[in-house]
Design a protein around this ligand. Structure first.
Ligand code: HEC
Length: 149
């Protein structure tokens, strides 16, 4: 029993997440998972951007849903950058694995900004919504320029 507990603790420490390696049987699963998360993020940012630019009427309730989705989704892709998933059908650059600290810092900031956006959306205040949206949206290019083909 003791041995099992120690092994489980070591496993958790080495992967950063207890379920990361159990949910993905192959690197391709991880690649598919993170791409799906990014695709869903893309739809949220698209609709929120359209509302803020006035391309479609601003709808506070719809914006709240989008911002909540963004908050949930923005912490999802990162567990799927597992070892071995740098090859195959991926546009992730090797830098994700060779400069993991920078990647993780950007990913964490991105998730934090998405949470702040969800809070701002609840307030309904246009000024803070626009600011929070801008802070979150900046993260896409900022990360892609160093970590995505
Ligand atoms: C911390 C880094 C990081 C942040 C932040 C980030 N991305 Fe990405 N994104 C990546 C990486 C790495 C890939 C490549 C994934 C792959 O191909 O395995 C990617 C891929 C994508 C893809 C392509 C998915 C596919 O089907 O191939 C889209 C779309 C995308 N990101 C949109 C966004 C948007 C929109 C944002 C901001 C709201 C964003 N990303 C924020 C790192 C990031």
């Amino acid at each position: 029993m003791k041995k099992f507990v120690v092994a489980a603790a070591l496993f958790a420490a080495s992967t950063g997440s207890v379920f990361a390696n159990t949910v993905f049987e192959k690197p391709e699963d991880a690649i598919e998972y993170r791409k799906a998360a990014f695709q869903l993020i893309r739809y949220q940012i698209g609709d929120m951007g359209d509302m803020l630019k006035g391309k479609v009427p601003f709808d506070a309730e719809r914006f709240k849903v989008r911002a909540n989705n963004a908050a949930a989704l923005s912490s999802m892709p990162w567990e799927a950058f597992i070892d071995g998933s740098d090859k195959g059908g991926t546009e992730a650059l090797g830098a994700v694995w060779t400069d993991r600290a920078t990647f993780d810092t950007k990913a964490k900031a991105f998730a934090d900004y998405a949470n702040a956006l969800a809070v701002a959306a609840q307030s309904g205040d246009q000024g803070s919504i626009k600011k929070a949206f801008g802070d979150w949206a900046k993260g896409c290019k900022d990360c892609h320029k160093s970590f995505k083909e």
